[in-house]
Design a protein around this ligand. Structure first.
Ligand code: SF4
Ligand code: SF4
Length: 202
């Protein structure tokens, strides 16, 4: 947005708040098809990432359950493997193979149980990797201390929570396996909820 439009997004705002919306190339093509044909596209192109990290582009109907896709492509999922909608950093684990493909599903990843990162209660060792990797220059190691304590407003006021762009890199590199990204998502959700309630109550 900065490079193309010369605009910098202020902390706590979304691109949409400034009248800018980003679309994937696939969404633009789907819109074009919808205008041309008068019909909404019912299929989706998805990157299927296998356990060996090899990838395959597939086209499937929106609403297809995961189990049908895995059966079709001969993929097996064992009990503790992870199935993730999205990539390894920002993706969300899904817990049922009945889960259908959504209109915004771009990738489906099967992660072998030996590769799955489990969150831990191990404390921060101040290695600094999260700070070095953060593209928004946030002092993540300090921010996460507030978020672990449920002090979301302090995290936003003193440690720039709302400048976070949700890339997930901090969690990915954290040697202590602290679920930083989950804390961040929860904090933003709770702050949004509090703001909405405040606005509703005048
Ligand atoms: S998720 Fe947020 S805090 Fe973590 S590295 Fe990305 S921008 Fe920084
Ligand atoms: S990467 Fe994890 S252990 Fe290292 S400073 Fe950040 S929060 Fe602490």
């Amino acid at each position: 947005m900065k490079n193309v439009l010369g605009q910098i997004l202020p902390a706590g705002q979304r691109c949409e708040d400034l009248g800018v919306c980003f679309f994937s190339a696939e969404a633009v093509a789907a819109l074009g098809t919808a205008f041309d044909s008068g019909r909404i596209p019912l299929t989706k192109v998805i990157t299927l990432i296998r356990k060996d990290y090899s990838q395959k582009l597939i086209e499937t109907r929106i609403g297809t359950p995961l189990k049908d896709i895995f059966t079709k492509y001969g993929l097996s999922v064992n009990e503790k493997d992870r199935v993730i909608f999205g990539g390894p950093m920002r993706g969300l684990a899904v817990y049922s193979l009945e889960q259908p493909v959504q209109p915004d599903t771009d990738a489906i990843m099967i992660l072998d149980q030996s590769q799955a990162a489990y969150a831990s209660n191990y404390p921060c060792v101040n290695c600094g990797d999260c700070v070095r990797t953060c593209p928004a220059n946030i002092q993540v190691n300090l921010l996460v201390r507030f978020l672990e304590a449920g002090q979301y407003e302090e995290g936003a006021d003193y440690y720039d929570l709302l400048s976070c762009i949700d890339c997930g890199l901090c969690s990915y590199v954290c040697i202590s396996k602290i679920p930083i990204f989950q804390y961040i998502k929860l904090a933003k959700y709770e702050l949004e909820r509090a703001n909405t309630a405040e606005a509703a109550n005048g």
